[in-house]
Design a binder for this molecule. Sequence first.
Ligand code: SF4
Length: 394
Amino acid sequence: MTKDADVVPKCNSVHDDGLYAAERKTGMTRYHLVRCELLVGYAWIEARLIMVGMPSLDDASPVGKQPSYVRLYQTGELKRRASVLLERLARCDVCPRNCGVDRTKDELGFCRSPRRPLIASACAHRGEEPPISGRRGSGTIFFANCNLRCIFCQNHEISQCPELFARQAGGPEQLAEVMLRLQDDLRCHNINFVSPSHFAPQVLEALCLAIPGGLRLPLVYNTNSYDSVATLKLLDGVIDVYLPDIKYCSDRAALQLSGAGDYVRASREAIAEMYRQVGAELVLDEEGSVRRGLILRHLVLPGGLAGSEDSLRWLATEVSNQLTLSIMSQYYPSHRASEVPLLSRRVTWQEYGNVVRTAHELGFEHLWAQESGAPAHYRPDFSRDSHPFERQDN
Ligand code: SF4
């Protein structure tokens, strides 16, 4: 259901999302479908684990109808923070890599990203967790490049091909315009910045243009968690919803699989800071879309490579077991995964079930589960001119 009018040049486009055929018939998302499957076929997962206890936004909510970033803009604080972050590009320490390159002169560090923000794709995405996607989709902006190099990355076409974007034009005006199109034309529920860590200064810079242009949607920071705490502190009150990964509990695995030998410390400090800012409570609006909070994602890897149980135990003891978890089974061998024999297969249902069971035993009650192994049509294909998640037979 891609609107031709929304298909503009590839790697710089805003796509309407097509509901998958089953979803069109049933109104369900993949997560709803999973809930049914789990409840019917896998009784060992208790129903209360699937999703309970979400508070809704009402007039008495401490979260106002207007995002807090509007107030920060009106007081000048948002511009001040944008300036602080943009200055840091001159000796870039925006993320834990601390490359020290001068991105204001387009010197390239590990993330191979220049001064200007690079947008790989933008769309109304209905495949995220239900409170993120809602009925009309999450206004997803995929940034090009990344500060990790995961050998199994399913987005490797855009995250690890800097040469594709090296000559792409761009600037804060364009990023602001994309945000406003996702809000005003596609009527998305939120703006969802995917892999934003290396472009955090540019996000704030663009917000200073989009807010006077009318931007009012909640902002989602959808991150691999390899974030600098100093950077995150400048996002306090700007970001409404954090959607961080917790990828590994072992720096050895993180170095081998993602090229980040300090991932465990860095990601844990980042997650603790995100939690400090928004807490465990997930606040929903009257449509059931999230307005504020944190959903912590964990992708289960085959052979226990993700250290799932240790990470969940750390979360429960050092952060909170009241957090909302999204435990994902959608791993499939992609990119250079075949270089590691254990990564050359999908996750078994037993492996996945053990992680969900551990979460249950640790007292996590707010949890989204997926079906065991995501169907091929949930895999993004950024080489298509149309929506990256659209089924080819749609
Ligand atoms: S944002 Fe990029 S250049 Fe800056 S420290 Fe991180 S990886 Fe290095």
